[in-house]
Ligand binder design. Sequence first.
Ligand SMILES: CC(C)(COP(=O)(O)OP(=O)(O)OC[C@H]1O[C@@H](n2cnc3c(N)ncnc32)[C@H](O)[C@@H]1OP(=O)(O)O)[C@@H](O)C(=O)NCCC(=O)NCCS
Length: 246
Amino acid sequence: MPDVLILNQPDTEYFPNLLKGDIHLWTISLDTSEDQIERLRSVLSPAEKKKASYYKFEPIQHHYIVTQAVLRMLLSAYLDIGPADIKMGAHKKGKPFLVNDASIFYNISNSHDLCVYAFSRDGEVGVDIEKIRDMPDIDQLIEKNLTIRERKYFQKDTDIKLTRFFQFWTFKESYLKAIGEGMRLTPENLEFSLENGTIRLRFVKYGFDAADWQFKGFTREGNYTGALAYTGKETVIREMSIALKR
Ligand SMILES: CC(C)(COP(=O)(O)OP(=O)(O)OC[C@H]1O[C@@H](n2cnc3c(N)ncnc32)[C@H](O)[C@@H]1OP(=O)(O)O)[C@@H](O)C(=O)NCCC(=O)NCCS
């Protein structure tokens, strides 16, 4: 990982092994310089470089280059092979997977200036992060995306309403991303409860067993909220950050 610094690690030269029972949750800032972008672009595959060029709005193009290049670098560190040798495919509903090693599962999410990556060897993972931001149509979003029972957790105060909405949204989306369904399973098909500040999956239709899934909510500086969905009971979640070398 010559181009990145691993933070929250006692020894930055040390790249952690991904063991069964572990989930690694990495966070990176997408705020980058032109030099860094050019270095990272060189890590991408020809298809990824082409995809990057389709994003005409520069900040979006840069975010794609950073997220994809860092994903390659992380996977290459786990597998101990060069970034160019990493091969990724996509399931039929679009969820990406690692071709080189079917025992590693991953998912990524980005919002504004942050990207998060989740890796596991125990099964599918889904992650979602959102910057909590003002939404003029918050009431319609709540109505459209939350069930009647979920809506009762919402109060009139707009700040709490926004925060809570994004929490519920990221929990729902982390699950939809874990199972690879994305938009195809609409939000009323899964319901969460809020008990003593903890959000739990109450039910899901479509034959998946809610009891098998665990969730971890997290926050990041800058008013970000996120959620991780995973299977496995005794999982150790290691939260780490990476920064690009200047
Ligand atoms: C694909 C989808 C999951 C991406 O969500 P998003 O918030 O726009 O973007 P994120 O940054 O969180 O995730 C994007 C990444 O997820 C991954 N992804 C793509 N399709 C996926 C799928 N079907 N399942 C899981 N992960 C997927 C990719 O790595 C993608 O990165 P890329 O766009 O650079 O290729 C989204 O289109 C979707 O279907 N969302 C569900 C929306 C919804 O109904 N939410 C209800 C919440 S209340």
